[in-house]
Design a protein. Structure first.
Length: 432
């Protein structure tokens, strides 16, 4: 078929070829599907230039996880549309940048004609019948994004005017590929924005609608979200009139997966609370459920406690979460460094239950790492010590106002940029 078309193209004038090139461009520009565009190019190419085999190869940048053992290259060619090759030959062909005539053109950015591939040391034999070859780069924004390759069973099949036509077609294909990729990026951006909005709504639905009321205590919690959805979470559950369960957690990841993991955590902890498990037993059971259900790269840091108003005590377990900050009436601060591994990392992690006795005037501040890891213009983190100083300065304020003051301190530190991650506070004040 290609050879028959090539005979018809021999007598075509330059004007005729340019007119045909324009028609081809109009045809392929109607589609926003990359694979369809490239197939349309291949289906119409032989009306311009004779070939027995041809292909369009796009440059693919590999991620480190795609590398093979001992492979130092990070760029290869991905076959997008080919004609005239044996499938078995194409499956064995894995060219990298610089390899073969295709790789050479991709690196140099300059077209190449080989009248006799048998005399070309760079040639990689992917087709036994090929005798001559013409290769042209596909360039977008001064970067080679792909390569056109035409092969013929005849010696010296391609001339400079063929190359000029192929280069013109390559430039048009580059523009269309760029348009298609921009469209795909727009679609992906819209998809991600939709996903983030869904995740944000899930997160908001999971957070309590009001602060808990418990005799002898002033309690408040609040989440300051970033534009993206992380997995910050807090909750409280009424156990008895004088007891509540409190939770603050940070789920790994972002978007819908993090929001779903947050929902799973909420349901699991609430179920354990209603059954009446001690905090360490609840943590162990939730840990096993998470380990059994989530991906290995996912985990949750969480602080779970039961606050007893009658005894003025907090029984708690800490699964890898930031150490709580305790400030007493005398102005002494300390971070409580007690706890075990995050939830979901190991199957049989053992958790312990610890106790904190509240004295009148004590303030306990639970927080997520978005607070301490907020950075200023110099890249310096807000850090635990600044958090402690801020709590001391705001000590006399009610719990809700104390939280608002802490957020203002972070905003001032970041020059009103805010933290790059969600910030959540859970404050418990023992009323004097």
């Amino acid at each position: 078929m290609a050879q028959a078309a090539s005979k018809e193209t021999v007598g075509l004038s330059v004007v005729d070829k340019l007119r045909m090139l324009l028609d081809i461009t109009k045809t392929i520009s109607r589609s926003l599907d990359l694979q369809e565009v490239l197939n349309l190019v291949m289906d119409t190419l032989d009306s311009l230039i004779p070939y027995d085999a041809a292909g369009i190869y796009l440059v693919k940048h590999l991620r480190p996880t795609d590398w093979q053992a001992g492979d130092e290259e990070t760029t290869v060619f991905h076959t997008e549309a080919v004609r005239g090759y044996d499938i078995a030959d194409m499956q064995e062909l894995h060219l990298k940048m610089g390899e073969g005539l295709i790789g050479h053109v991709a690196v140099s950015g300059r077209p190449f004609i080989s009248p006799d591939v048998r005399k070309e040391p760079r040639y990689v034999n992917a087709r036994a019948r090929t005798r001559s070859e013409m290769v042209a780069p596909i360039i977008s924004n001064e970067e080679v994004i792909g390569v056109f390759d035409l092969e013929s069973d005849e010696l010296n099949a391609y001339r400079n005017d063929d190359l000029e036509v192929l280069m013109l077609l390559a430039s048009q294909v580059a523009i269309i590929i760029e348009k298609v990729m921009l469209h795909e990026q727009l679609i992906e951006k819209q998809r991600l924005e939709t996903q983030l909005e869904v995740a944000r709504q899930v997160q908001l639905e999971l957070l309590p609608a009001r602060d808990p009321q418990l005799e002898g205590f002033d309690i408040s919690a609040y989440n300051f979200p970033t534009e993206e959805v992380s997995g910050d979470y807090y909750d409280w559950m009424r156990i008895y009139d004088d007891q509540i369960g409190i939770v603050i957690a940070d789920v790994s990841g972002k978007g819908v997966p993090a929001a779903l993991l947050m929902a799973f955590l909420r349901a699991s902890l609430r179920a354990a609370t209603h059954i009446g498990y001690a905090t360490n037993i609840s943590m162990a059971k939730v840990n096993y459920l998470l380990w059994e259900s989530i991906e290995r790269n996912q985990f949750v840091t969480a602080f779970y406690g039961i606050l007893d108003a009658q005894k003025s005590t907090l029984a708690y377990s800490n699964a890898g979460h930031n150490p709580p900050l305790l400030l007493n009436a005398a102005g002494t601060t300390k971070f409580i460094e007690k706890g075990e591994q995050p939830l979901g990392m190991f199957r049989d992690t053992r958790y312990h239950e610890y106790y904190l006795a509240f004295e009148p005037g004590d303030v306990l501040v639970l927080y997520t790492d978005g607070a301490t890891e907020a950075t200023n213009a110099s890249g310096e983190e807000f850090g635990p010590e600044r958090l402690a100083q801020a709590v001391k300065k705001l000590y006399d304020r009610p719990a809700r106002e104390l939280i608002a003051g802490l957020q203002l301190e972070i905003l001032e530190w970041t020059n009103n940029v805010g933290s790059h991650d969600d910030v959540t506070f859970f404050v418990i004040k023992a009323i004097k």
